[in-house]
Design a protein around this ligand. Structure first.
Ligand code: FDA
Length: 305
């Protein structure tokens, strides 16, 4: 119930205005967002690399409504990739891209063209791109664009969400050699006919999907903070005899940092999803919806100002 309310608020311009104007926002946002610009993304990438952590960088922005806005996002990624290359950080950092930020809602061809330019720059810089997955209405379009991009840039990664009923089948189709698949639970409010509604069903689906990916030929990226699922991931790595170079764990910036370091100490590859930019509102609200304790952290911070 609380999750649905927060997710509804994540799409509300009025609530965004209120939250954005609250004096406390900056402190709260800083916990989950690296900062506003490319230098912040590079700084945090360097800091995390010092702890043995890799990153995937997300320039915040979604639901772009004009081609001009989409070009700005594309150009931000091109600037970021050039800066990562210059700073010799492409060995530890890749980028995550939302197609909605590149124009998917009004022109799928434009979104693909923009994504292609980012993939080309990433390939030139010696790193990779992963396409984030958004709400279920975009899944077919995103996977179609992914398949097209992978013809020229085979390392382009996909995200699949275990809350969607279709995902086990999508995992089967994508568990092929050279395919990079990030498996997460899913962060949007989805209707019953397309998505499991109970946490238990979402978790059970996650395990089924993980089994398919870990048994397959691709490179699974297990994106979760859930201790039980992380333990099952470690178990499946042993069972399917996957070494550290054959899969990775992924967690969000600011969430369970001590667990991120523990996994590194255990010898696993761990990648932290690091968002940066000024359009932090939708991202932050999804993080708050995931965990009531985060909501309390936010409320306490508001009350203390
Ligand atoms: P969940 O939120 O159910 O939490 C399970 C347990 O984890 C909790 O009970 C608690 O024990 C622990 N936990 C969680 N948060 C904690 C915290 N702050 N402190 C301590 N313990 C905590 N979604 C999407 O729809 N599209 C996408 O493209 C992506 N991309 C993505 C990339 C990466 C790298 C990650 C990690 C996640 C995403 N997501 C995503 C978000 C994802 O779908 C999901 O909403 C969140 O990861 C939360 O789900 P968990 O698996 O962490 O479990």
């Amino acid at each position: 119930m609380l999750r649905s309310v927060i997710l509804a608020a994540s799409r509300s311009g009025k609530v965004e205005k209120f939250v954005g104007s609250a004096p406390v926002s900056r402190d709260v946002v800083r916990r989950f967002v690296a900062g506003t610009g490319t230098p912040d993304a590079l700084r945090v990438t360097g800091e995390l690399a010092g702890s043995g952590l890799r990153t995937t960088l997300d320039y915040l922005g979604e639901d772009t409504l004009t081609p001009e806005q989409a070009s700005v996002t594309r150009d931000e990624y091109l600037t970021l990739l050039a800066a990562l290359r210059e700073a010799e950080l492409t060995g530890v950092a890749e980028v995550s891209v939302k197609l909605s930020a590149l124009g998917q809602a009004f022109d799928e061809d434009l979104a693909e063209t923009n994504a292609r330019a980012i993939c080309a720059a990433a390939a030139e810089a010696g790193t990779t791109v992963t396409l984030d997955m958004e709400d279920h209405t975009t899944a077919d379009s995103t996977l179609t664009i992914l398949n097209s991009l992978r013809k020229d840039y085979p390392s382009t990664g996909a995200v699949l969400q275990s809350y969607l009923r279709r995902t086990e089948q999508d995992c089967r189709e994508l568990a092929t050699a050279g395919s990079r698949v990030r498996l997460c639970k899913g962060a949007y409010s989805e209707p019953e006919h397309v998505a499991y509604q109970s946490a238990l069903d979402v978790d059970k689906s996650y395990v089924r999907c993980m089994n398919v990916l870990m048994a397959g030929q691709g490179y699974p990226m297990l994106a979760t903070h859930d201790p039980r699922l992380i333990a099952i991931g470690e178990d499946r790595a042993r069972w399917f005899d996957r070494g550290p170079d054959e899969f990775e764990f992924q967690l969000l910036y600011g969430v369970r940092p001590e667990e991120q370091r523990r996994l590194v100490r255990e010898g696993y590859h761990v990648r932290v999803y690091v968002p940066y930019g000024t359009e932090w509102y939708g991202y932050l609200m999804r993080r708050l919806a995931e965990r009531p304790a985060n909501m309390m952290f936010f409320a306490r911070a508001l009350a203390s100002k």
